[in-house]
Design a protein around this ligand. Structure first.
Ligand SMILES: C[S@@+](CC[C@H](N)C(=O)[O-])C[C@H]1O[C@@H](n2cnc3c(N)ncnc32)[C@H](O)[C@@H]1O
Length: 257
């Protein structure tokens, strides 16, 4: 009898979600089968640019599909975002292992790799199509120290204590399971390892990018603190984004166990 009731409730939730917004069907199913995921809240009325799922008061943005790969490689990007400045602000050491989380086409990975003469970049993404583009660029650019890694939506699939730095450029705001992914990253960081987030400034209404693709410093710090990361500094040298540096501490380990 209770199985029958559960079936009816599941059906009603999924059908009503489908009628209001078909893309919510899968999420509605998740809500019913995972009722205890209390860190997230699902709302039916939400931004068309978001997935209707909220984490710590912020709506999560839709994932940029691989059909947008050309936009990531746009020639105007150097002027708009100054990625070469991002790379120099990272203060990399030649033997560092860097995980480029949400690597996309590897735009940042391939700019970092030549600096890591004895290290490497793990280019992590959930879209196999993006990893195929990375493989293509590896051959074209003849760069061997970029390794594509296929992540899941909840797990970056990186070995424990294996990376010196996790870099996330224009990616964090679209993680569907930010807390789980960050816990996976914290585990993968070596002791004292860093997380660097580059996000469009949410404080500035004149930055012409969709609202959910920006983040305020306050929000970023709150979400990183939730997984035990310690804020070290914010560099405000980029034209439109802030670059925020966090560090793994002993308490980070406690929160991910
Ligand atoms: C807007 S793109 C940015 C790509 C790259 N960082 C850049 O700046 O060119 C965001 C990327 O994050 C990836 N992504 C989304 N959720 C992810 C997850 N949970 N784990 C790894 N990558 C993810 C998407 O597939 C997409 O390629």
């Amino acid at each position: 009898m209770s199985n029958f009731l559960h079936f009816i409730v599941t059906l009603v939730v999924i059908l009503s979600c489908s009628l209001l917004n078909p893309s919510l069907t899968a999420q509605a199913a998740t809500m019913v089968t995972e009722p205890c995921r209390s860190v997230y809240e699902q709302r039916l009325i939400h931004s068309p640019d978001g997935i209707g799922k909220y984490y710590m008061g912020r709506e999560i943005a839709q994932v940029m599909g691989y059909t947008g790969a050309g936009w990531l490689e746009r020639p105007s990007r150097e002027g708009e975002e100054q990625p070469s400045q991002v790379v120099s602000l990272l203060n990399l050491k030649p033997n560092d292992v860097v995980a480029d989380i949400g690597a996309g086409t590897g735009y940042l990975s391939f700019r970092i790799a030549p600096l890591l003469t004895t290290g490497k970049v793990l280019a992590v993404d959930v879209q196999p199509e993006m990893l195929e583009i990375i493989e293509l660029f590896k051959k074209e650019k003849n760069i061997t120290n970029v390794e594509p890694v296929l992540a899941t939506f909840t797990d970056p699939n990186l070995p424990s204590e294996s990376i010196d730095l996790a870099l996330m450029v224009d990616a964090y705001h679209e993680l569907e399971y930010p807390q789980e992914v960050m816990q996976g990253i914290v585990k993968a960081l070596k002791p004292g390892g860093r997380v660097v987030l580059v996000e469009y400034r949410g404080e500035n209404p004149f930055i012409m990018i969709k609202g959910l693709h920006k983040m305020t410093q306050k929000q970023v710090r709150k979400e990183m603190q939730a997984v035990g990361l310690v804020w070290r500094e914010t560099k405000n040298l980029l034209p439109q984004q802030h670059l925020m540096v966090f560090e793994k501490s002993d308490s980070s380990n406690l929160l991910t166990k």
